[in-house]
Design a protein around this ligand. Structure first.
Ligand code: ADP
Ligand code: MG
Length: 286
C-alpha cells in the first residue's frame, strides 16, 4: 500500500499554497508539521480528491486517485479541519448518517458503528446528543466517523485542535493504536501531537517541504545548535534579545535557559544539549 505525491503544485489564483511537493507514504503514522498557512490543509484536500492539483499527480498503488473515483474514496477516512457537528444528532445517528454518505450497507454500518464507538471509547455516549459533548468527545466522534468502513488511508487535519493537554494525549494514543497496517497522515502545528507517534515527520514551510524523516534524524540536523545557559534572572532579557529561547527551568537558585544558536555562545556558561523536535520547530518557524 502506497500513496505517492509527485511534483504536486497547487495555486489559488496568485497564491502558491503547495510548491512542487513530492513524497511517498506507506503504512504508518506521518506527521505533517508547519505553522498556519504552510499548506497542510491544501495537501490534505488534494489527497482526498476535494481539490485538484494545478500540476503534478497523486497515485495510490500506482494508479491516479482522480481516475479511481469511488473505489479510492472507499479506502479513505477523512477528518477535515474545524468540522462542525450536528448538535441535535445523537452519536449513533451521526455515525449512521456518515456511513450512508460513505455508501456502506446496513450490515456493514451496524458492525462498523459498533467497532468505531469502542475504538474511540464513546460506547456509553451513543445515545447522547453531540451538542452536549465536550471538545475532546466531539473530536473523538469526528475521528470515529473517519474510521467507518475500516479505511486503509486515514487523513486527519488538526485532530487535536482546541483540546486540553490530557485530551491531546488521549487522541495521540488513539491515533497510534489505529495505525496498524494503515497509512495515517496527521496535520498539526503542535509538535507534541506527533513527536512520539510519527514514523516520519514532514516539515512544511510556505508550501515547501523543508525537511522530512524519522524524528531523531530531523532533530539531528540541528545537533550543534542547542545549548543550555546558566544565567541570572536579570540576564534573561539580554538573552532573549539575542537567541531563540526554546525553554527554561529553575532549580531554586539558578536559571537555566535552553537556546538555539548557530555558534557556541562563548560569553555564557553554556552546555550543549541533544535537540528535540520542539527545538527544530522553533529553529525553522519562530
Ligand atoms: P495550513 O493548513 O497549513 O494552515 P492552508 O493549506 O490552509 O495551510 O493554506 C496554505 C496557503 O493557501 C495560505 O497562504 C492560505 O492563505 C492559502 N489558501 C488556502 N485556501 C485558500 C483558498 N480557498 N483560496 C485562496 N487561498 C487559499
Ligand atoms: Mg489547516
Amino acid at each position: 500500500m502506497e500513496l505517492e505525491m509527485k511534483q504536486v503544485t497547487k495555486c489559488y489564483g496568485a497564491t502558491l499554497a503547495l510548491d512542487n511537493f513530492s513524497y511517498r507514504f506507506t503504512e504508518g503514522v506521518y506527521g505533517l508539521l508547519g505553522p498556519n498557512g504552510s499548506g497542510k490543509t491544501t495537501m490534505m484536500n488534494l489527497m482526498t480528491t476535494n481539490l485538484k492539483p494545478t500540476q503534478g499527480s497523486l497515485l495510490y498503488d500506482g494508479e491516479d486517485i482522480f481516475s479511481m473515483g469511488k473505489e479510492y474514496r472507499r479506502l479513505l477516512g477523512f477528518m477535515p479541519q474545524q468540522q462542525g457537528v450536528y448538535p441535535g444528532y445523537t452519536l449513533e445517528r451521526f455515525l449512521w448518517y456518515m456511513a450512508t454518505l460513505k455508501g456502506l450497507s446496513r450490515q456493514e454500518t451496524k458492525q462498523s458503528v459498533e467497532n468505531v464507538v469502542k475504538r474511540v471509547n464513546l460506547e456509553d455516549c451513543r445515545n447522547k446528543r453531540l451538542g452536549s459533548f465536550s471538545g475532546g468527545m466531539k473530536q473523538r466522534a469526528l475521528i470515529a466517523q473517519a474510521l467507518l468502513g475500516n479505511p486503509r488511508l486515514i487523513i486527519l487535519d488538526e485532530p487535536t485542535a482546541g483540546l486540553d493537554p490530557r485530551e491531546r494525549i488521549r487522541i495521540r494514543n488513539l491515533i497510534a493504536e489505529i495505525a496498524m497496517e494503515k497509512i495515517v497522515i496527521l496535520a498539526t502545528h503542535v509538535v507534541s501531537d506527533i513527536s512520539y507517534i510519527a514514523k516520519e515527520v514532514l516539515l512544511l514551510k510556505k508550501g515547501r517541504l523543508i525537511d522530512s524523516g524519522v524524528p531523531y534524524q530531523i532533530s539531528n540536523t540541528i545537533a550543534d545548535k542547542v545549548y543550555e545557559l546558566k544565567v541570572n534572572k536579570d540576564e534573561l532579557e539580554q538573552i532573549s534579545a539575542v537567541y531563540k529561547v526554546s525553554s527554561m527551568r529553575e532549580d531554586g537558585r539558578d536559571l537555566y535557559v535552553r537556546i538555539l544558536s548557530d555558534d557556541y555562545p562563548e560569553e555564557w556558561d553554556a552546555a550543549p544539549c541533544t535537540p528535540d523536535l520542539e527545538d527544530v520547530y522553533l529553529y525553522h518557524f519562530d
